[in-house]
Design a protein around this ligand. Structure first.
Ligand code: SF4
Length: 482
């Protein structure tokens, strides 16, 4: 694979990998969570061995793939709009083939072909290795579908092709699927049962990324805290495993320790955590290693015990506070973000006030906040009437967002006057004379470029801030840069 400049965005070159001799062009775009963006890099790798290099020119593509999200109705509408766009382009390029990947493909299955005539192939998140066969079927004039969910597949043997990468940060997936069955969530139905990837293949990918000059990785999973490797197989079958397998199993804290030790100059992040599965040894491991970032994305979804129960979130608001207290005790400056849903079925004003008071207790750095969107096939979609009026949902969501912005500013103001370690990722959006990069807490920091370059770790004295960004002056290189 050779590295080529894909395009320049805000003065910063985005690199992609291309295979010499490949003549077919793949246009692939992704929607939704980081897992989807990481999966698209696996798909690009599988198809690179079939003669495809990626292009970001839709008009030039022989094959167009869209990696879809199904988490909210709006996400699916976005995909349908893109398919209309492809349809217009296909008028000029009739040979172009179109495929849908990801969670919406898994949710709709064959129905996608009936609903969207432009679609030639439908492939679920666990069937990407079957793409070469499915494309052959399409080239022979048949539509093709594979939406079988797997008990083993982790794509651990596939070396992802980095797409639109800044050459500094990369995703490394460590688990697939989820067993948690939160009543509002489609993921367990679209991504199947939880299984973990072999730690040796994770370490190999991390070492390869270091060799390629990457400086930061994010370990990815729908629920990283329940990572558990015991030789392959589903998390839920661990109890049936042999004594030896149980004794030599690797859990998330141990994996974090292994990766941090293997590449001490590589920054490590992880996402997404789950309060009901997070354990103290993860926080202790974070505190032990300077290169594991002081940042946790810890979705809570609601502050009301009654609603948490209805969501099948297996923790109370008190247990969540205890987790937050433990984190702040061991890592006082830890950045914390959340996911929150406004207007879940039967949510009262009192439940909403519980959400606001929980946010007041934690004072998150930032959050992803949405109004409840009923999803077909989920327990809530089947059993609970979506009874909170849209107007009330919107008003509650606005209150949550406004409170979050107040807390975000409170958190960034706490960093003014401090010197923070920043990994340079790109030029600032607003000024080509300034670098942009994130500190350990995952907050964006902007400072004058001087002689520093992309990929450098720099100590920056913070002088000012907004609720989302810190502004400062470089002081010196960080010891991590050596
Ligand atoms: S933990 Fe819950 S919300 Fe998260 S992916 Fe699993 S089922 Fe969905």
């Amino acid at each position: 694979m050779e590295k080529v400049i894909d395009e320049k965005v805000q003065g910063t070159a985005l690199v992609k990998e291309a295979k010499e001799g490949n003549s077919k062009r793949l246009f692939i775009e992704s929607y939704g969570c980081q897992m989807n963006f990481s999966d698209s890099e696996i798909v690009a790798s599988i198809l690179a061995n079939e003669g495809y290099n990626t292009t970001n020119q839709l008009e030039d593509a022989d094959l167009v793939l869209v990696n879809t999200c199904s988490i909210r109705e709006k996400a699916e509408q976005t995909v349908r709009k893109r398919l209309e766009k492809y349809n217009a382009v296909k008028q000029q390029n009739p040979k172009m083939k179109v495929g849908v990947l990801g969670c919406m493909a898994e949710r709709l299955k064959e129905k996608f072909l009936e609903e969207e005539k432009i679609v030639d192939l439908v492939v679920g998140p666990d069937a990407y290795k079957d793409l070469p066969n499915l494309i052959n079927e399409v080239e022979e004039g048949r539509n093709a579908v594979n939406v079988i969910l797997s008990k083993e597949e982790t794509y651990g043997d596939i070396s992802p092709v980095r797409l639109q990468s800044n050459g500094v940060s990369a995703f490394v997936s460590i688990t697939r699927g989820c067993d948690n069955m939160c009543t509002f969530c489609v993921v367990p139905f679209t991504r199947g049962r939880e299984r973990s990837r072999d730690p040796q293949s994770i370490l190999q990918e991390v070492n390869e990324l270091w060799e390629k000059g990457f400086k930061e990785i994010t370990l990815l999973g729908q629920n990283v805290d329940s990572y558990l490797w015991y030789g392959g197989g589903l998390k839920k079958d661990f109890a049936k495993a042999s004594k030896m397998a149980q004794a030599t199993a690797v859990n998330f804290a141990q994996l974090l320790d292994m990766v941090a030790e293997a590449q001490p100059k590589m920054r490590i992040r992880f996402s997404t955590s789950n309060p009901q599965d997070m354990t103290m040894d993860v926080i202790e491991t974070m505190a032990k290693h300077h290169n594991i970032c002081n940042y946790i994305h810890l979705p809570v979804q609601s502050g009301s015990d009654r609603i948490l129960k209805k969501m099948n979130r297996l923790h109370t608001r008190e247990e969540y506070f205890e987790m937050i207290d433990n984190i702040k005790k061991l890592i006082p400056d830890c950045g914390i973000s959340h996911d929150m849903i406004a207007g879940f079925p039967t949510e009262t004003e009192e439940d909403h006030q519980d959400t606001l008071s929980l946010m007041e207790y934690v004072k998150y750095d930032f959050g992803f906040m949405f109004a409840y969107s009923e999803r077909p096939g989920t327990m809530a979609g089947r059993k609970f009437e979506d009874d909170v009026p849209e107007k009330v949902k919107k008003r509650r969501l606005t209150e949550i967002i406004e409170l979050q912005q107040k807390h975000a500013l409170y958190r960034t103001q706490q960093q003014v006057g401090k010197t923070v370690e920043v990994l340079i990722e790109k030029s600032s959006k607003r000024s080509d004379a300034h670098w942009a990069g994130r500190n350990s807490q995952n907050t964006m920091v902007i400072f004058p470029k001087e002689n520093y370059k992309v990929g450098d770790y720099v100590m920056v004295k913070v002088e000012d801030c907004t609720s989302a960004t810190l502004f400062g002056e470089a002081v010196d290189y960080s010891p991590m840069n050596a």
